[in-house]
Design a protein around this ligand. Structure first.
Ligand code: F6P
Length: 507
């Protein structure tokens, strides 16, 4: 079937072009943007670079002069900054990395319902399979109201993209993640001629789990993404699950060999684009004095004991509680490790607006204290739990780790599993959940675990701690080489190539 690049629509956006010059061709749309604002005690707004896996993967392209990055104002300070800038176009003097940034001042209540209630409490839970299903979810009237806000939020992005587009219509819009599942369809309707990609940084749920969503909502999500010309995923597994949902939930025509989905007369190519790490840049950053200083401090605390490291946002899907439970079982089943090993658990704050996340952070704290009470002695702290965000300390942890534990319930990719071996200098064994996208590539050299199997994870930690030095060095070097493939610039170029090639082409 011929690819339908131009679709129906009023075309009125062609006459509503802002100052987005014709030379500019790429537009990224994401909830979290490359910058965020905070207000000081004196009321002054200051700007800093944004964080998170998706933003750091994309920030490598932020220096492109032909890029406009459209994002949402996430806080009151962001909203104030967006209001001060004409059309939300921020003048940033390079803080964003060079690209222009348009920050959308979406009403706070709409944003809260779309981001916290729908995106993070429903779509995130579905794709990571996080529900306690005897009790949740319950899709009642309140959910319908929240879904309406999610539509409005997506519509705000689609409008901003459509009205920002270049006059010659050559724009490529790269729309990111589950927050913006409806925007591709909305944009396609308003802006024929725009090439649209959607990229999922999360896993995609299997059909039966995806069907927890009300039928019309499930169909709307799929139909929304299928408004794009290209739908990208981090792992083959997530791409296949999406295709399955398109076939079984939506009744779309799918071609698994060509990886295309045909729906409403339009063909969407489905691509797999794994994201790796810029090894040279990470190695450079990991050798900076602030990292060395934290290494010295950690060495003082850990002494000559073996070190197990984990680095996560305090996120339900990261499975921190079972990771700590596995460490406890290690100390119970293999008592020879008592006094001989320390776990450094870096668990940074995340999504504290959601009660489940606050409760989860408290559970992590409780279990860490319980392990400390059960096994600790005057000269041994079995576990060092740190909950404040400190990037150089994470890099120091990678450099000193004998074992890196990455055991998510489900994860789109997980870059910790890739960053650790790059900085480890051949000393680190990787214990990795088979449910992380990174397991596709790293599984051959990691010790894979079922993230629910606490006893199995304890055994894997023991195996990793006792792995002979030559074996761990060989595996670690191999892991580092794999992790350095698909660096962000290549990953991004790969997606653009797939979008330009059309369905069944590259990707
Ligand atoms: O795709 C998942 C993701 O958007 C990551 O890119 C990022 O690390 C994480 O979720 C952050 O989520 P939030 O923006 O809600 O803090």
């Amino acid at each position: 079937m011929r690819r339908s690049r131009r679709r129906g629509g009023s075309g009125d956006s062609l006459t509503r072009v802002s100052d987005f010059s014709a030379a500019r061709q790429i537009l990224i749309a994401s909830n979290r943007g490359p910058v965020s604002f905070s207000r000081g005690d004196d009321g002054h707004l200051s700007v800093r670079r944004g964080g998170g896996g998706m933003v750091s993967g994309l920030s490598v392209v932020a220096s492109r002069a032909d890029l406009l990055w459209v994002c949402a104002a996430l806080s009151d300070a962001d909203r104030a900054a967006a209001r001060l800038a004409p059309g939300g176009m921020l003048g940033l003097d390079g803080t964003s990395g060079g690209s222009d940034v348009q920050m959308l001042d979406i009403p706070a209540a709409t944003f809260h319902r779309a981001y916290n209630t729908v995106a993070n409490s429903v779509l995130w839970f579905v794709h990571h399979m996080l529900y306690d299903t005897p009790n949740h979810p319950q899709f009642g009237l309140a959910f319908r109201r929240d879904w309406e806000a999610y539509r409005e939020y997506n519509q705000a992005f689609a409008s901003a993209i459509a009205t920002s587009r270049a006059a010659d219509g050559k724009i490529r819009a790269l729309i990111q993640d589950y927050h913006l599942a409806l925007a591709p369809r909305m944009l396609a309707g308003r802006s024929p001629g725009t090439l649209i990609a959607h990229f999922s940084h999360t896993p995609w749920a299997p059909v039966d789990y995806f069907r927890l969503l009300p039928d019309d909502i499930a169909a709307e999500v799929l139909d929304g993404i299928l408004g794009a010309d290209h739908a990208g995923f981090l792992s083959r597994r997530w791409a296949d699950a999406f295709i399955d949902c398109c076939e079984h939930v939506l009744g779309a025509r799918v071609d698994r060999d060509a990886r295309t989905v045909t729906h409403r007369g339009h063909v969407t190519g489905v691509g797999v684009h794994p994201l790796g790490v810029d090894a040279a840049e990470l190695t450079r950053r990991g050798a900076e004095p602030d990292v060395e200083a934290r290494m010295a401090r950690l060495r003082e605390q850990v002494g000559d004991r073996k070190l197990i490291v984990r680095v996560d946002r305090t996120e339900l899907s990261k499975n921190i509680v079972r990771g700590l439970a596995a460490y406890r079982e290690l100390l119970l089943r293999y008592p020879q490790w008592r006094g001989k090993v320390t776990m450094l658990a870096l668990a940074y704050p995340s999504r504290h607006d959601l009660p489940e996340y606050r409760e989860y952070a408290a559970s992590v704290q409780r279990l860490a204290s319980a392990i400390d009470d059960e096994f600790g002695s005057p000269d041994w702290d079995p576990i060092l739990l740190r909950a404040n965000d400190d990037y150089p300390r994470s890099l120091a942890g990678y450099r000193l780790a004998d074992v890196l534990l990455v055991n998510p319930i489900r994860d789109g990719m997980n870059l910790v599993a890739k960053e650790g071996p790059i900085l480890s200098d051949g000393r680190c064994a990787l214990v990795l959940s088979r449910e992380a996208g990174a397991a596709d590539e790293l599984g051959c050299e990691a010790i894979l675990v079922n993230p629910f199997d606490v006893a199995g994870t304890a055994a894997a930690l023991h195996e990793a701690l006792t792995m002979p030095q030559d074996e761990r060095a060989r595996r670690c070097r191999s892991l580092a080489a794999i992790a350095g493939a698909h660096a962000p610039a290549d990953w991004f170029a790969d997606q653009l190539a797939a979008l330009d090639a059309g369905p069944g082409g590259a990707g």
